[in-house]
Design a protein around this ligand. Structure first.
Ligand code: 5RP
Length: 218
């Protein structure tokens, strides 16, 4: 199985978590795109989907799946999304696609967060993948200096603006041994909108695509 086949396998498996007649939260990225394609093939109807990015909204709409405003949604049983890194405690690094803030909001609202990823995403310690941080543009230099003080090497993501009109700093060189603590510390820096650590609200289950099939880590 190649990487795309593993992503497709977990996307197919994630459909089991979708409940008829409800609202589904949908993430962003290539694995989430496979999930959207599976949603479109489903035999039963859902009320609609909440998208974690403009790109995801466009793909959902292309398939004829109603896209709902999160403010109009009371209940969301499940949110399905990929990750850039995951550890065995289901702490994640996300935001490689730059959608981390909306992803974190939708994950927080959902009753269950099911992460779908291929086997390459499972790591012992988070931080090899540069940690994305969404920053209000005027705070970019200040936040970058603080990140250096914390031991990281921030790099501005060139030519990229988030769906919220902000910039992304990708932070290299962090060995993230205490993900929840670092998540809170980073979120306390004025100018940081959010960071790509999902540890305070980790995933509830990780569906991992491996050459031997889909493994569920809970
Ligand atoms: C986007 C994300 C994605 O979930 C993450 O980048 C994984 O992407 P892919 O499924 O393409 O490997 O956090 O902001």
């Amino acid at each position: 199985m190649n990487q795309d086949e593993m992503k497709q396998a977990v996307a197919r498996e994630a459909i089991r978590y979708v409940e008829e007649g409800t609202v589904v939260g949908v993430g962003t990225g290539s694995t989430a795109n496979f999930f959207i394609d599976e949603l479109a093939k489903m035999k039963f109807d859902i009320k609609g989907a909440v998208a974690s990015s403009e790109a995801t909204a466009a793909r959902l709409q292309k398939h004829g799946i109603p896209v709902l405003d999160l403010n109009a949604v009371d209940e969301m049983p499940v949110y399905i999304d990929g990750a850039d890194e995951a550890n065995r405690h289901l702490h994640l690094v996300k935001g490689g696609g730059g959608a981390l803030t909306r992803e974190k909001i939708v994950a927080q609202v959902a009753r269950r967060f099911i992460c779908i990823a291929d086997a390459s995403k499972l790591v012992e310690t988070l931080g090899t993948f540069p940690l994305p941080i969404e920053v209000i543009p005027m705070a970019r230099s200040y936040v970058a200096r603080e990140l250096v003080r914390l031991g990281g090497r921030p790099e501005l993501r060139q030519g990229f603006t988030t769906d919220n009109g902000n910039v992304i700093l990708d932070v290299h060189g962090l060995a993230i041994t205490e993900p929840a603590k670092l998540e809170a510390t980073l979120n306390n820096l004025p100018g940081v909108v959010t960071n790509g650590l999902f540890a305070l609200r980790p995933a509830d289950a990780l569906l991992l695509g491996t050459p031997e099939g889909v493994k569920v880590i809970e």
